[in-house]
Design a protein around this ligand. Structure first.
Ligand code: NAD
Length: 245
């Protein structure tokens, strides 16, 4: 048990309102690569270009083959120790809200209730013409059967309910700003804190704690910084909190 993990446990117990901000790093131990980590997806191809509004509109062939393949790597995975620990903390009112940049849905799957998804999710898609919603699976099925781009029954193009580069932020971002302002403690887990505007949220809270493998731009302002794997840190944290009950 490191002293930083013990300090994090006490900060969580002290704070009356704790908001967690997660990024791709919380899911790497579930087998989903991050973007900017040392083994991240940027190393292989330009995810920013593939998953952009421009590619969706002007190069649909590329978007619905390569881009969709990239999105698909984030499906069908299982929550890891860090996701489960965050749900455990919420159940005990030690965490109040999770703001996530992830689209993999693993916080919901691990039992967390109050989750604000900043970059959308892979559960549904919608039609760019009539706005009708359908399951993400129906979009995949259409592409699988050779329909590129996939179309709604009205003839409009179906797009995933994911916030791509070039898309505006969803209305839940306002809620996230409200939560960040309300937070006595913001615990950042597995985010490089380089994707704006979500990267500004920690600056709105009273105190910041960070669990991330690599340094982030907020390390100097955070009161607790732990550079380790989230799964290891949260296992230690929960073990310690259980001894305190
Ligand atoms: P990022 O890729 O920019 O940064 C991830 C950070 O997590 C890195 O600093 C890395 O050092 C750290 N990290 C990696 N494994 C870790 C571990 N086991 N424990 C602790 N830290 C670990 O991620 P980001 O800041 O979330 O931004 C990338 C964007 O890409 C997000 O906006 C997100 O929408 C999207 N994305 C989502 C997923 C997903 O849904 N799982 C995966 C990749 C990218």
């Amino acid at each position: 048990m490191t002293s930083a993990v013990r300090a994090l446990a006490h900060a969580l117990k002290r704070s009356k309102y704790t908001v967690v901000l997660t990024g791709a790093g919380v899911s790497t131990e579930s087998g989903i690569p991050d973007f900017r980590g040392s083994r991240g997806l940027w190393k292989n191809r330009d995810a920013m270009e593939l998953l952009s509004l421009e590619t969706l509109y002007y190069r649909p062939e590329l978007f619905y083959t390569e881009g969709l393949r990239l999105l698909n790597t984030m499906r069908g995975k299982k929550p890891n120790a860090a996701h489960k620990a965050l749900a455990w903390l919420e159940e005990r009112s030690l965490v109040h809200t999770i703001i996530t940049q992830n689209i993999d849905g693993l916080h919901y799957e691990s039992g967390s209730k109050r989750v604000l998804e900043m970059h959308g999710h892979l559960r549904t898609c919608h039609c760019l013409e009539c706005g009708n919603t359908a399951s993400f699976q129906s979009l995949l099925d259409a592409v699988e059967s050779g329909q590129i781009p996939p179309r709604c029954s009205c003839g409009g193009i179906l797009r995933p309910d994911v916030v791509f580069f070039g898309d505006p932020m969803p209305p839940t971002f306002e809620e996230a700003v409200h939560e960040a302002r309300k937070a006595e403690l913001m615990l950042v887990v597995g985010s490089s804190l380089q994707v704006a505007p979500v990267s500004y949220l920690p600056s709105l809270s009273k105190e910041i704690a960070i669990v991330n493998l690599e340094p982030t731009p907020y390390d100097r302002t955070a009161s607790i910084v732990i550079h380790n794997k989230a799964g290891i840190v949260f296992k230690e944290l929960i073990d310690y909190l259980k001894t305190q009950q």
